[in-house]
Structure formats: structure tokens, C-alpha cells
Design a protein around this ligand. Structure first.
Ligand code: FAD
Length: 389
């Protein structure tokens, strides 16, 4: 066993969870991975992979039993995200986005909301998390989507951009501002928008550098009438729900980034053990060993932090925002660095699409941008040490 395999063996999972992760690994190796290059090339949504995921019933792992789920630990969920993303980052983000969008419904929804909406997700429905707008990226308080209360309904007007699963989701966790509340932070509210709501339209799909098999949509809301019973919490609760939900989704996007990092690391190691120049394998050159040592150490330390944060969540901790920021920032920087070096270690072949590292490098980049750019995470982490006046 090498050091990374020893780390995997120490992930805090029950024997049932380990079997579940093994079945996800088998699906990733036999179905998801083999489809990945074709889907990336065609920029085709990974329906076949999702079918495999739903045959295993994987959405059930994050839905409570009362609503048709079969929950496992957060560490087990993270391990599954990492395995799927290692095989195909597009499929990984498509699947985990459902968790990111629906976790706030699970944590903050009322009993009737959960009874009515969650069985759709447990049986394989897709979720989306809709925050970003053209004028509101890093600063979500700049959002302009408006929620107008009207009797038993809320009328939604506005639009969102860059929404993963935006054209295919069954349920959207949608943030907007409550009409009549002037303070831009206190106005932010959140509701569940259901597929097929009149006035909801997809006006654009992005043509992206990486994650080409995932869908990223611009949405418009034109007098969308949503039942008032779909509001999560009270008007103005949106920002606190947003922060609480980002704490759970950031470790998940970190697990996704670490799937890309692990794939790139393993491909690089395999290649430099085979490829020979000047009468030796590439790994025999000391300069290459030094580089590999740095990459392996960064990866191992970051994976260790992933399971640390996973354990905090499983222990019921709620104050782990800075730990989650550190994890998201470091995991995505490690993914970008290892994927870039993996291309370098493949020489000219790494620049060509016959080798997976070419895709991994393109897929890694966005992990430094979404779920709070790494500049924003550096600010959050640094600011947490500022003395309070
Ligand atoms: C493929 C893809 C999928 C996505 N999926 C989703 C999704 O499912 N749901 C969703 O809501 N959003 C999604 N996003 C949006 C994503 O979260 C935003 O792109 C991201 O938050 C950055 O916002 P922005 O693009 O508007 O950049 P901006 O906020 O305009 O930032 C531009 C640059 O300025 C820097 N910057 C901004 N403010 C500061 C500051 N205060 N200090 C220092 N630097 C700063 C940023 O770090 C960045 O480098 C997705 C985006 C992409 C590309």
C-alpha cells in the first residue's frame, strides 16, 4: 500500500458504507469513466452515467428515511463524490449539485415541504442551486431577482446565470430579494421553484473550457407564480440559509476537486513509471522525484483535511465555516497544480486528447472559481483572525 491508499483505508466509514463506496467505485470504473472522454468531446449531458447512479439509488444517501431516503454519513457521501468525480468531473458535479441544492430543503424545510418534494429527489430527481446573477457573483447581495408576495403565491421576476443543472433540474433552490425589504442583505429570501413552472425559461447554455458534459444555464423568470408554501424559512432568512448551506456544499466541491487531483496524480505516476528517456524511466530522475514528493505530500495533507472536516460534520458541529473555506481553497489549488504538472510530466502527449490529463487540467480550473472564488476564501480565512474592536 502507498501512502494515499493507506489514507483511503482510514476513511471513517462503517462496513456497509465501505461496500457502498466500493459499488460506486465499480460504477465509476466500468461505466462513468469509459463514457467521460466521449461526453466531454461532444459536450453531451451525462444521462447514461446518471442512469447508472440512479440504478444504485445514490440520491437516497443524502435524503432522510422519512422521505424515501437511506442516509449515510457525510464522510461516505464525500467519498462517493470523490470516486465519481475522479472518473468524470462533469458527472461528479452534476450529481453533487443535487445535494448542494437540496440540503437546505432537508435542513430548513417544513415537514409538509419535505413530504411533498423530497421523494422526487430520493428516487433520482435532479436539483439546482440558483444564486449567481450577471450583477451578483462574488457578492451575492447584489442579486436583483425579486419575490413579490401575492396572496397564497410568490411572484418571481428576474434571472440567474451559470446555474449547474439549470436546464434539467426537477427542483431549484432559488435565492431572490423579498419585495418591500429595503436592506439588501435582510431582503434575501429563498424558495423552491419546481420544474415546469410557467414563466421559467432557459435562455442560454454555456460552451465551457472544462466540465463540458455538465450543463450550465442562464435562466429567466417572467412572473413565475410559486406557492407561498414553497418559501424556506421566513422572508429575509435567505442569507443565513445560504451561509449554512455553503458550509455543507464546500466540502463537497472540495471532494470533487480532490477526485480530479487523484486521477491526475495516478495518471502521472503510471506514465512516468513507463516512459523512458536517456535509458531510464522518467521517475528515476531525481528532479522528477522531488516534484512528485511535493505533489504527493500536498495531496495527502489535503485529503487528510477533507476527512477531518467530514468528521466535524458527522459529529454535528455547526461552526466549521473557516475549515470548509480552507478545504475548498486548498483542494482546488491542489487539483489545478497536480493536473497542470500531470500534463507536464506527460510531455507533448499530455497536451493531446488521447491522454486523460488534458481533460483533467481543463476540468480543474473551475474548481478555483465556483462556490466562492479562492480570492474570496482567502479573504474569509484571513479576516477570521482579525481582532474584534
Ligand atoms: C461552470 C460554472 C458552474 C457554476 N455553477 C453555479 C451554480 O450551480 N449556481 C450558482 O449560483 N452559481 C454557479 N456558478 C457561478 C460561480 O459561483 C461564480 O462564477 C463565482 O462565484 C464568481 O462570480 P463571478 O463569475 O461573477 O466573478 P466576479 O465576482 O465578478 O469576480 C471576478 C474576479 O474578481 C475577484 N473578486 C471579486 N470580488 C473580490 C474581492 N472582494 N476581493 C478580491 N477579489 C475579488 C474574483 O475572485 C474573480 O477573480 C458557476 C459558474 C461556472 C463558470
Amino acid at each position: 500500500m502507498n501512502v494515499l491508499e493507506r489514507l483511503d483505508a482510514a476513511i471513517p466509514l462503517s462496513s456497509e458504507e465501505r461496500m457502498l463506496v466500493d459499488s460506486v467505485k465499480a460504477l465509476a470504473e466500468n461505466v462513468i469513466g469509459p463514457n467521460a472522454a466521449r461526453l466531454d468531446h461532444a459536450a453531451e449531458f451525462p444521462w447514461d452515467n446518471l442512469r447508472g447512479i440512479n440504478e444504485l439509488g445514490l440520491n437516497a444517501m443524502f435524503v432522510p428515511e422519512a422521505y424515501g431516503g437511506a442516509p449515510v454519513s457525510y464522510c461516505a457521501y464525500l467519498a462517493c463524490v470523490r470516486e465519481i468525480s475522479k472518473a468524470c468531473a462533469s458527472t461528479g458535479i452534476t450529481w453533487s449539485t443535487t445535494f448542494h441544492g437540496m440540503k437546505p430543503l432537508i435542513d430548513f424545510g417544513t415537514e409538509p415541504q419535505k413530504q411533498r418534494l423530497l421523494p422526487r429527489i430520493a428516487t433520482g430527481g435532479l436539483g439546482a442551486l440558483a444564486i449567481t446573477e450577471p450583477t451578483a457573483g462574488s457578492d451575492a447581495t447584489g442579486m436583483r431577482t425579486r419575490f413579490f408576495p401575492d396572496g397564497d403565491s410568490i411572484v418571481v421576476n428576474g434571472g440567474k446565470t451559470f446555474i449547474s443543472n439549470g436546464d434539467v433540474a426537477d427542483l431549484y433552490l432559488l435565492f431572490g430579494k423579498w419585495d418591500g425589504i429595503d436592506d439588501p442583505k435582510k431582503a434575501i429570501s429563498v424558495l423552491i421553484l419546481e420544474k415546469g413552472t410557467p414563466g421559467l425559461s432557459v435562455i442560454r447554455l454555456e460552451d465551457k473550457m472544462g466540465h463540458r458534459a455538465s450543463s450550465t444555464a442562464t435562466l429567466a423568470f417572467d412572473n413565475c407564480r410559486v406557492p407561498r408554501t414553497n418559501l424556506l424559512g421566513a422572508p429575509g432568512d435567505g442569507l443565513s440559509i445560504l451561509f449554512a448551506s455553503l458550509n455543507k456544499s464546500r466540502p463537497s466541491v472540495a471532494a470533487h476537486a480532490l477526485g480530479i487531483a487523484r486521477a491526475a496524480f495516478e495518471d502521472a505516476v503510471a506514465y512516468i513509471n513507463e516512459r523512458r528517456q536517456s535509458g531510464r524511466t522518467i521517475i528515476e530522475f531525481q528532479g522528477i522525484q522531488f516534484l512528485l514528493a511535493d505533489l504527493a505530500t500536498e495531496l495527502a495533507q489535503c485529503e487528510g483535511w477533507l476527512w477531518h472536516v467530514g468528521r466535524l460534520v458527522d459529529a454535528g458541529e455547526t461552526d466549521f465555516g473557516i475549515e470548509a473555506s480552507m478545504l475548498k481553497m486548498r483542494a482546488s489549488d491542489v487539483a489545478m497544480r497536480i493536473a497542470t504538472e500531470a500534463v507536464q510530466l506527460h510531455g507533448g502527449y499530455g497536451y493531446c486528447k488521447d491522454y486523460r490529463v488534458e481533460r483533467l487540467m481543463r476540468d480543474a480550473k473551475i474548481t478555483q472559481i465556483w462556490e466562492g472564488t479562492n480570492q474570496i476564501h482567502r479573504q474569509l480565512i484571513g479576516r477570521s483572525f482579525m481582532r474584534k474592536a
